[in-house]
Design a protein around this ligand. Structure first.
Ligand SMILES: [Zn+2]
Length: 201
């Protein structure tokens, strides 16, 4: 296992890039730089510190915005000149208010599917577009609840070989999607569910 002393700060003028990832959703949040002091402060306080290249100073992430990042895990890459920080963020990583700095997709599907679905559901709740099934699920009394029940029954029927409808993966995807919407309707988001799973490890 690498230790702090093993991190190769010499290679890039005292700085190492740090990729920061959400512990709960797996989404890559940002890329920052760390000097030795930033790494020491991060480990000492349990909150992410970076070296701000624009301001040329130690940067305690979230100090002014409140959007701190609690350190959950840290890894060095194979040649120990890049870090991967796994964090529990208190708010958006990006100064634009986006969850992740990487929201501007150059090619499709740059966001993992579950966080992407969560964002779609959040958007539907806020914008309530006409004709959106997700909006209806969020709005209508007992619709999401009834759908989860129905989809769960379809998964089980398929698994038992009681019907020869859609493939099992299709039925499970329906169940997961409707469960995600139902959770959202009741103020629980994907991160809460994933955190629950992580706690059981
Ligand atoms: Zn950003």
């Amino acid at each position: 296992m690498a230790t702090v002393e093993d991190v190769d700060f010499a290679k890039q003028d005292g700085l190492v890039p740090c990729v920061t990832q959400d512990a709960r959703t797996g989404r890559v949040l940002m890329l920052g730089y760390m000097d030795e002091q930033a790494l020491e402060q991060t480990l000492a306080t349990g909150e992410m510190h970076y070296w701000s290249r624009s301001r040329q100073e130690l940067w305690h992430k979230g100090e002014t915005s409140g959007n701190t990042q609690r350190l959950v895990g840290l890894a060095a890459d194979c040649d120990r000149d890049t870090l991967l920080a796994i964090v529990d963020p208190a708010g958006p990583a990006c100064h634009t208010g986006e969850t992740s700095c990487f929201f501007d997709e150059v090619a499709d599907e740059a966001i993992p599917i579950l966080p992407r679905l969560q964002e779609v559901v959040d958007h539907r709740r806020q914008a309530q577009p006409e004709g959106s099934w997700t909006s209806r699920l969020l709005r209508e009394e007992d619709l999401a609840e009834a759908k989860v029940e129905e989809e769960a029954a379809e998964v089980v029927a398929r698994a038992r070989g009681e019907d020869d409808g859609d493939p099992l993966a299709h039925e499970i995807a329906d169940l997961w999607y409707h469960s995600l919407v139902l959770a959202n309707k009741h103020g629980v988001d994907l991160a809460d569910v994933l955190a629950e799973l992580a706690d059981r490890r």
